[in-house]
Design a protein around this ligand. Structure first.
Ligand SMILES: [Fe+2]
Ligand SMILES: [Fe+2]
Length: 174
């Protein structure tokens, strides 16, 4: 098997950093919500943070499986405070759109480099980003609709508390 090329290795190492930053950002959001006693929102964000770590690990394993080197970099500090629940959701949506752009750029590089295994891996991420952007947009839309009204926020909090982790998914339907 051809080992991973240097440009792809470098770009994927950067992507590992972005996925860990995503995880850090969502964990910071989870802490923010837990501080406000919105335990459902906090739960949802914690699962989101776990997923981002798994994304980083997919690139990590791929680089190593292809005989490359994983070179971890410093992770930027995420924001710690937001003005409203809606502002948090809007930042998630904006962040996911940026991640989609970097996944698309990685795919373009994989095409340029004729790196077929990387293209296969990145197809998974392209599909995943559709889901990620959809989830973020849904949260933004719901929060716009309820305009931070207490009872409605608590109902959404309850709903978000039902989100399941990857390994529990499919065990039974909500
Ligand atoms: Fe991700
Ligand atoms: Fe994501």
């Amino acid at each position: 098997m051809n080992s991973i090329g240097k440009p792809m290795q470098d770009a994927m190492n950067d992507q590992i950093n972005k996925e860990f930053f995503s995880s850090y950002l969502y964990l910071s959001m989870a802490a923010y919500f837990e501080d406000k006693n919105l335990m459902g929102f906090a739960h949802w964000m914690q699962l989101q943070a776990d997923e981002e770590r798994e994304h980083a690990m997919k690139f990590y394993s791929f680089i190593l499986d292809r005989g490359g080197r994983v070179l971890l970099k410093a992770i930027d500090a995420p924001a710690t405070d937001w003005k409203s629940n809606l502002e948090v959701a809007e930042q998630v949506a904006e962040h996911e759109a940026n991640v989609t752009n970097s996944i698309n750029a990685l795919y373009e590089l994989a095409v340029q480099e004729k790196d077929y295994p990387a293209q296969a891996l990145l197809q998974w991420f392209i599909t995943e980003q559709v889901e990620e952007e959809k989830n973020a947009a849904e949260l933004v839309a719901k929060l716009r609709l309820i305009e931070e009204r207490g009872t409605a926020v608590l109902m959404l909090d309850h709903r978000l508390s039902k989100r399941k982790g990857e390994e529990e998914e499919g065990e039974d339907e909500e």
